[in-house]
Design a protein around this ligand. Structure first.
Ligand SMILES: Nc1ncnc2c1ncn2[C@@H]1O[C@H](COP(=O)(O)OP(=O)(O)OP(=O)(O)O)[C@@H](O)[C@H]1O
Ligand SMILES: [Mg+2]
Length: 396
């Protein structure tokens, strides 16, 4: 089956499911056609049937090494063609989600951001010279900013849905939605890295950087920064923070995107800090056992292990930790504050997407994230990072 046919079939199934599940909840006026001109909607669905083009990561490195004018124009031309396709795929999905998720106001907001960016890109004329390319890059900057709050905004819609469904229904039991969110967020990582990389090539080049990629990224140093950030949040919330000991060679470097690495380690360390702090809080006569972070350099992977003695996770709870919005945090974050939240959570825990999103970041560059727990003792997280060899961009 060709991917276009598979896509169309998938869409048809999604539509049927959505209609079955949500007949009573579909709001009039929330469909694409009710809000956007017919030509725009047709253009979107036309693009949603086109194949997305993955970028080899090695290519990103080689290409960005010499960002001459000609290179920048070629990169802009590629994005001008590719981004509308990727955005259209997401719009088509957002339009046809099961259980009425498509009609949640925050999901509609996200969809409309995607449509606006699609329109901006499609409305941009030809890209022939450096002047066009500058203008195009300016537009990319505004698109990048427009989509900054997509993750919490989507999360808001999903959490509304969760509240509506019975308490017992977990997102693991709604595999379509879980699967959609995984693909949606993975695609977002790809879009943002492509745009971010193009924009970064315009900025004064940083030492040992090719756009967003650091050719000499030191996992120990990045981990140290993430630990400092996570501990200061822990301090603020608990008035104390367990120690984190780092084992590994600070001089070891490999090519990676430091902002992604920071994000992943930050999330793992936050989880461990919270588990340890909750377990040992109130035991005045005892220092909490330190969290241990080990960096191992292999030929294929760089692996970072974060180990804590925070009591672990019951085995029955393991599948849930990967679902979106599952959190055992005492005070779940008020989703109403999403609009002001900006990008990235500022609390120690409470959104419930720390782990699933971190795993997507790892997988985007061919790595992975695993969590092994010993209930009653503690948790080990293994973050595998592919050494940006030949992995091809994964496309949902
Ligand atoms: N190291 C750990 N020790 C014990 N439980 C953990 C650990 N890491 C994760 N968990 C469990 O998995 C759940 C999900 O983790 P996740 O990081 O995805 O969300 P969160 O920490 O609750 O919220 P946030 O999105 O703010 O990170 C946590 O609420 C917690 O119950
Ligand atoms: Mg977390």
């Amino acid at each position: 089956m060709t991917s276009a046919v598979a896509f169309a079939n998938g869409m048809a199934r999604a539509v049927t499911r959505a209609t079955n599940a949500t007949q009573s909840t579909v709001q009039q006026g929330s469909r694409l056609v009710d809000n956007w001109a017919r030509e725009v909607v047709d253009d979107i669905f036309g693009h949603a049937l086109k194949k997305q083009t993955g970028v080899a990561l090695k290519y990103m490195l080689d290409f960005g090494a010499n960002p001459f004018e000609r290179q920048l124009i070629l990169s802009a031309q590629f994005l001008h063609k590719e981004l509308p396709v990727r955005l259209a795929h997401r719009v088509a999905e957002l339009e046809n989600l099961p259980y009425g998720l498509s009609t949640k106001s925050s999901v509609l907001k996200v969809r409309d951001w995607y449509v606006e960016s699609f329109k901006d890109l499609r409305g941009f004329g030809s890209l022939k010279d450096a002047v066009d390319e500058q203008k195009f890059t300016e537009m990319l900057r505004s698109i990048y900013r427009r989509h900054a709050n997509v993750v919490p905004m989507m999360a808001k819609g999903v959490s509304e849905l969760r509240r509506e469904l019975s308490q017992q229904t977990l997102l693991t039991e709604i595999p379509e939605i879980h699967h959609f969110l995984d693909g949606f967020y993975l695609s977002r990582i790809g879009i943002r890295i492509l745009i971010g990389q193009h924009i970064a090539l315009h900025e004064p080049s940083k030492n040992n950087h090719i756009g967003l990629i650091s050719t000499k990224c030191s996992p120990v140093q990045v981990a140290q920064d993430s630990i400092n950030d996570a501990r200061s949040i822990c301090m603020r919330e608990y008035g104390a923070a367990p120690e984190v000991t780092v084992y590994g060679d600070p001089n070891f470097t490999f090519p990676y995107v430091p902002s992604h690495l920071h994000h992943m380690v930050f999330e793992l360390v936050k989880n461990s800090l919270r588990a340890v702090q909750d377990r040992f809080d109130g035991e005045d006569d005892m220092e909490p056992p330190p969290i241990r972070l080990v960096v191992a350099e292999g030929g294929e992977d760089v692996t970072i292990k974060v180990s804590d003695e925070g009591g672990g996770i019951p085995r029955s709870g393991m599948p849930r930790i990967w679902t979106y919005l599952y959190s055992t945090a005492k005070h779940s974050v008020a989703m109403e504050s999403v609009e002001e939240a900006g990008e990235g959570p500022v609390v120690l825990a409470g959104y419930g997407y720390g782990l699933p999103i971190s795993r997507l970041y790892a997988r985007y560059f061919g790595g992975d994230l695993q969590i092994i727990s010993m209930e009653g003792y503690g948790t080990d997280a293994y973050l595998h990072l592919n050494r940006l060899g030949n992995s091809q961009e994964p496309l949902p």
